[in-house]
Ligand binder design. Structure first.
Ligand code: XIL
Length: 514
């Protein structure tokens, strides 16, 4: 988000969300409902975990009160991992103490960390003006400094221009871009694209170091399909084209979700549909910096704001691959936009009071996911970056939703045990590769964790996975829950996925509950 709150003019708009979506499994479409929650959880993190997503908060070392670990299971350093703090002009690291404090706090409170952020025009500090080689050095240093202690990293932040132009920004680091053939984009193999080249570098580092860290692109005013007045959200469309084109390097998309009454920052009716279309590309979607201006509900920090929070949380819950929500601070008074009173608590200095918005979010999370995804993800057409290759621009044309041919198939579910868990797999295969989406369902009793084993055919290997911790890459492989999706209520489900090379036809998953 622009760090200047004053640019947002005040207008009012309240959104509605579509009520239903469909689940496609093995060619069969059905509506899935989880029914009423078994027992209401009393913290945001517990309710979110039960629904299969994380609920996080932006934090600084001076604000690590007990509420952080009690209410949230994900943490984003609000400022302490930005280049202005940790980067030298040569891309080396410095002053990592505050970031370490936050990572340690997260780890001891069983919270997932989002690294924020590497390539950004703002708060760049000594990195400002760096060339791609230096950016690449910094990317490598930042990724390897914390390794798997960081689950998600914002590799590129706010690459797109304001005011719904749909264009890239023009200030550094985007001054590195070259549109070699003058066709108006930076997607061609002869073009230079700081987004592509930064993600290629990041993906190489992840693969060379066998990291499970997921690589995200993050932006604001990209939340809805439309902006105020029903105009197409060109910024969201531009982000979609970037993710679709560079899908093989990008694992996750962050919608900052600083909702206010700027015409391009409203909560539109089509928020869920936009989350869904990104999810259908196979990436995880996160709402990464949520605050909701009280003016969106006529200067009301009560029920109106609570209803808006409810709508936003519901839109995420209704898309299975929307796997996390992060609020940008604990309390209104400590927010970067305190005048908007956009968060879930009042108070400060460790003494916080829940707002109506808090109760609404907790209640909505406790309802769980009522709807599952619509279509199988579009799969990347190119193999993962080879650990030994040097960065090369992709030479393949942009992936389109209908290309490559996607042929969903479902292997038989393991028998439904009375308790424990079962797993079924849905495969999208193409020549030389596949994406497997695995659904884990608890039996007649709730479970606290799960582990799914399966044996890949000869020649098949796992190259990437999400929503699970993978062990092994060929032959007998195993996927275990991560911190936010281990707990599943009786009869309810969560999903994880993995991408592989070769063919996975006929794989049969076996689920073990803990
Ligand atoms: C903000 C912080 O909250 C402020 O403390 C700081 O002064 C400016 O940056 N988009 C982002 C975040 O990606 O990094 C910004 O954080 C808010 C907008």
């Amino acid at each position: 988000m622009s760090s200047n709150p004053s640019q947002h003019k005040k207008r009012t708009r309240i959104a509605l969300l579509p009520a239903a979506a469909l689940l496609l499994v093995g060619g069969t479409v059905f509506v899935q409902s989880t029914g009423p929650a078994v027992a209401a959880e009393t913290t945001l993190r517990a309710a979110a975990a039960k629904a299969g997503l994380f609920f996080g908060v932006a934090a600084s070392p001076g604000r690590l009160s007990s509420i952080v670990g009690q209410e949230f299971n994900q943490l984003t350093p609000e400022n302490d991992m930005k280049p202005s703090t940790i980067a030298t002009s040569s891309g080396a690291l410095q002053n990592t103490g505050a970031a370490d404090t936050l990572v340690n706090h997260a780890q001891s409170n069983n919270m997932v960390v989002r690294g924020h952020t590497m390539v950004w025009h703002s708060q760049a500090g000594s990195l400002q003006g760096a060339n791609q080689a230096t950016l690449n050095t910094f990317i490598g240093n930042a990724l390897t400094r914390w390794g798997n202690r960081i689950a998600y990293w914002d590799v590129v932040n706010e690459a797109l221009e304001d005011n719904n132009t749909g264009r890239r920004r023009t200030q550094w680091p985007h001054t590195l871009n070259r549109d070699a053939n003058g066709d108006g984009d930076f997607f061609d193999s002869t073009d230079t694209d700081v987004i592509r080249d930064s993600f290629i570098r990041a993906k190489q580092v992840v693969q060379q170091n066998s990291l499970s860290t997921k690589l995200c692109i993050n932006d604001y005013d990209v939340e809805g399909l439309t902006v105020q007045g029903g105009t197409a959200n060109r910024k969201a469309n531009a982000l979609y084209d970037i993710v679709r084109t560079y899908r093989q390097y990008i694992d996750c998309v962050g919608f900052q979700s600083h909702f206010n009454d700027n015409p391009n920052s409203i909560i539109s009716n089509d928020l869920q549909a936009n989350i869904q279309r990104f999810a259908d590309l196979g990436v995880e979607v996160h709402l990464t910096e949520v605050d909701i201006d009280d003016d969106l509900s006529n200067n009301d920090i009560g029920q109106g704001q609570a209803d808006n929070y409810r709508k936003v949380v519901r839109a995420c819950l209704n898309v299975a691959r929307c796997t996390g929500i992060t609020v940008w601070g604990i309390s209104d008074s400590e927010s970067w936009r305190s005048s908007e009173r956009g968060l879930l608590f009042t108070g400060g200095n460790g003494n916080y009071q829940r707002k109506a918005a808090y109760t609404a979010v907790l209640d909505e999370l406790n309802k769980g996911r009522t709807i599952s995804p619509t279509t199988p993800p579009v799969t990347p057409t190119t193999p993962p970056v080879s650990p030994t290759s040097t960065p090369v621009p992709p030479t393949t044309p942009p992936v389109t939703p209908s290309d490559p041919p996607v042929s969903p198939s479902v292997s038989p579910s393991s028998p439904q045990p009375p308790a424990g868990c079962s797993a079924s797999v849905s495969l999208n295969s193409w020549t030389g590769g596949f994406v497997a989406t695995v659904r884990v369902t608890a039996g007649s009793a709730p479970i606290n964790g799960w582990s799914v084993g399966l044996t890949l055919p000869n020649g098949a290997t796992v190259s990437n996975s999400w929503n699970s911790t993978a062990t092994g890459t060929s032959g007998a492989v195993r996927f275990s829950n991560v911190s936010y999706n281990g707990r599943i209520a009786a009869g309810q489900s969560t999903e994880f996925g993995f991408q592989g090379t070769g063919t996975a036809t006929g794989i049969t998953p076996t689920c073990t509950a803990s």
